[in-house]
Every structure is written in structure tokens, then in C-alpha cells.
Design a protein around this ligand. Sequence first.
Ligand code: FAD
Length: 451
Amino acid sequence: MNNNDVSIIGAGLIGSLLGIFLQKRGLSVSVYEKRPDLRLPEYAPEGRSINMALSDRGWKAIDELGLRSLVEPYAIPMYGRRIHDEHGDTTFLPYGKENQAIYSISRGKFNHMLVDEAEKNGVQMKFDHHCKEINITDTSIVVQNPDGSTEKNTPGVIIGADGAYSSLRDAMQHQTRLNYTQEYISHGYKELSIPPTKEGEYAMDPNALHIWPRGMFMLIALPNPDKSFTCTLFLPFEGAKVCFAKINDRKDLDTVFKTYFDDAYALMPDLAQQYFDNPTSSLINVECYPWLANKSMLIGDACHAMVPFFGQGMNCGFEDCYILDGLLEKYGATSWELVFEKFQKIRKKDTDAISKMARDNFTEMRDSVANPKFLVRKKIEAKLHELYPNEWIPLYTMVTFSDMKYADAYAQGKLQDEIMDRVMDDPTILQNYQQLNYEEIIRQVDTARMV
Ligand SMILES: Cc1cc2nc3c(=O)[nH]c(=O)nc-3n(C[C@H](O)[C@H](O)[C@H](O)COP(=O)(O)OP(=O)(O)OC[C@H]3O[C@@H](n4cnc5c(N)ncnc54)[C@H](O)[C@@H]3O)c2cc1C
């Protein structure tokens, strides 16, 4: 057992990125991944890869590793939400100030790049290696090799970047006093896509995240470099007027799409085939604590899988990686127990906060954005931010365009919400939304802040 010898379980986005950070610190890193190498041509998930919205926290990790120029060509800026109503009319709602954007990037392509980069830096990437058993007490793992044989390894530390259904977390639950909660939400999702036009162009504005908010359900679309869009349909599994359980044939599907997503429907010639071929997946929230036991620790979705409605799961996992790396810098690259302990203490309240915000944001995306009152509220908040850039920062900006601690963003957001609730109680606001009286609004904000 050598303290320099690190075994990471899982070569997803977080395991691959963490491998690069740790190898650059002079540690000897092996990453065990149960799936085949995602770079093999037969593995390419043909246009069905989820798209990630990459934002400032994610970019910060990429910048620390000097990888921006590698990632940028595959990342398409989205400057705001384009909201589609049921009649096909659209409204653009900027995410932040001019030039502030989140970036659409294919998860498969991104993972591919990070695995390549990890290997270039000397990380041992072991695909088709399924970690079958983990012993927390003696820090050992039993791995099944591609030929079916098994081997036992005793690294210096084990880091579980093995996702929402983590094997390391499972082992901790059975072998230590780890507390754990999981919750499946009532909605699931299905990937669909909008191809380029006959002329080979984007069928819609490529620099926006498109949303069709319909109250209890929604469709979203993110652009790809090949001029297609990857769409995600979020519906309740069952029990609602529109739900996955009630779409059983082409007629049901056409009715739902023609009624609620008519403009998107017109752009999806092979909708039925995609819909019935692609799986319906569930959405889970996972919380647990502690994240460490002896010389093993969890990171990324393994300890804080969240619903995707703030577009922060990966960004938060990337932030985990650079915070862990910063602690290794501060306390020494092999002071594992101390570093792990500090890491979980620093991170837990922040990851709890972003998990909560992700759940709250679901209502905003599928419902509130279609409400004129909400749009006026956002307009006022943007103006307040313009006038008082340091005193009033919209929650979305704090989460997405800064690296402010998630817990602080959450607390400040709640205070601002209370103030805005009071401001929006004024019935004249909506009547005068074209020409808002900001002097009066600021007076109301000041009064509300004093209450
Ligand atoms: C629909 C959807 C949209 C999303 N959109 C966004 C977004 O816009 N922005 C954003 O920031 N985040 C987004 N996310 C969240 C993001 O996808 C996750 O947070 C991120 O992928 C987590 O990465 P991970 O490496 O921790 O886990 P995973 O990606 O799950 O990787 C874990 C890896 O571990 C491997 N593994 C598991 N068990 C073992 C074992 N026993 N042995 C060996 N290998 C094992 C698995 O095969 C897998 O490859 C979205 C998620 C969903 C579902």
C-alpha cells in the first residue's frame, strides 16, 4: 500500500477530470471503469448523448488544467432561454449580462476528451474493469478484468467517482455508519433530437437554450456543433393528463406533440421512431454523509446526485475536483485523512444547497417562465443588478456565473426572493410593465430590506 497510489472508481466526467488533477500532482492514478472504452467507434451513442450546460464553475476547473482551447471548439454559447409558447411564439430571456453564456457540450464528446487527456498525462485508464468488492478497513478493491478473471488491489486511497448508483457508497453503507437518502422524482426524461434543415442549417436559434414550458411538463433543446439539437422531454411517469404511461402509440404521441409542442413537432420528422426507440430514464436525488471512511472517499454524483434543472451536477462535480486539488496543494499531496475530512466539511453544505436549488428550479423551468409576472420579475431583477452590481445579484447569476459558495448563493437568493415578493405584490407593476418606474421600485426594495 503506497500513499501515492490512487484508485478512482468510474471514468465518467468527474473520475476522468479528477484523474488529470491528481496525476498532475505527481500521484500515480488508476481509473477503473466497468463500461467499455467510450472512444471505441462501436460505443459512440449515435446522436443520443445528453448535452451538458457547462458554466463558470466547470470552466474554472477546465482553465486550471489549461484545457480551454481543447474544449471551446465543441462548446456552443447559449446566451439565454428562448421560451416557446403553445402558438409557436417565442420570447428570449437572457441568462445574465451581455456576453454571459452557458455552453452546450455533448457529454459523450466531453468525456472522450477528458479520458484522452487523462491518458496523455499518464493516468492508467482501465475500461471493462468492474470494481466488484471494496473493503473499507484495509482499503482494498476486487476488480473483474475484461477476461472475467478477478484481481485484488490495495491502493493508498480509493475515490468513488462512480455515480448516483455508487459501489463505494454501497460498501460504506454496509461497512460503516453512513447516512443515506435517495428520492426519485415523479418525472422522467427521454432524449429526442431535431436534425439540421435540408439546407444543412440550424432549425432554430443556436445560441439559446430552448424551452417549451407547459406547467407540469416541458421540452428543452440544446444545440450541437453538427447543427442538430438534442432535446429532452420531461414528463411525469404516470398519473397526469400528459405522462409517459399515456403515450402508447403514434397517435397518442402525435396528439401530445401537436397540442403542446407544435413548432418543435414540425422540426422532428422521425419523432415516433426516436420516441419509441429511446429509453425513458428516471431522475434521482442522492444525499449522504459522511463521504469518507478510513482512506476511501466519494466525489461527484456518488455523494450528491441532483436533478438536472439548474444544469449544475457536472459543474458541481468539477468544482469538487478543484477544491480537493486545492486542499492537496495546501496540506500535502498524501495527507489524505486530513484532506478528505476538510473536503467533506467544506463541501457538504454547498452540495445540499445546490441540490435544493435544482429541485426548486424545476418549477421555474416548466412553469414560471411561461408566466408574464415572472418575466417582469426577472426584468426588474436584471435592472437592479445593473444599477447595483454588487448589492443585488440574481440567484441564477450567483450559481452560474460565479464561484460563490452555493450555500451563500442560496441564502442570499432567499432574502432577495422575499424582497421581490413584496415588490411584486404591488398591482400596478404588471399594468406598467412596459415602462416600469424604477425609482418607485427601488424605494419599495429599500423599504422591504428594512422590514
Ligand atoms: C438529463 C440530465 C441532464 C443533465 N444536464 C446537466 C447540465 O446541463 N449541466 C451539468 O452540470 N450537469 C448536468 N447533469 C448532471 C451530470 O450528468 C452529472 O452530474 C455528471 O455526469 C456526474 O458525473 P460522475 O462522473 O459523477 O458520474 P457518472 O457520469 O454517473 O459516472 C460514473 C461512472 O462510474 C462507472 N461505474 C459505476 N460503478 C462502477 C464500478 N463498480 N466499477 C467500475 N466503474 C463503475 C459508471 O459506468 C460511470 O461511467 C445532467 C444529468 C441528467 C440526467
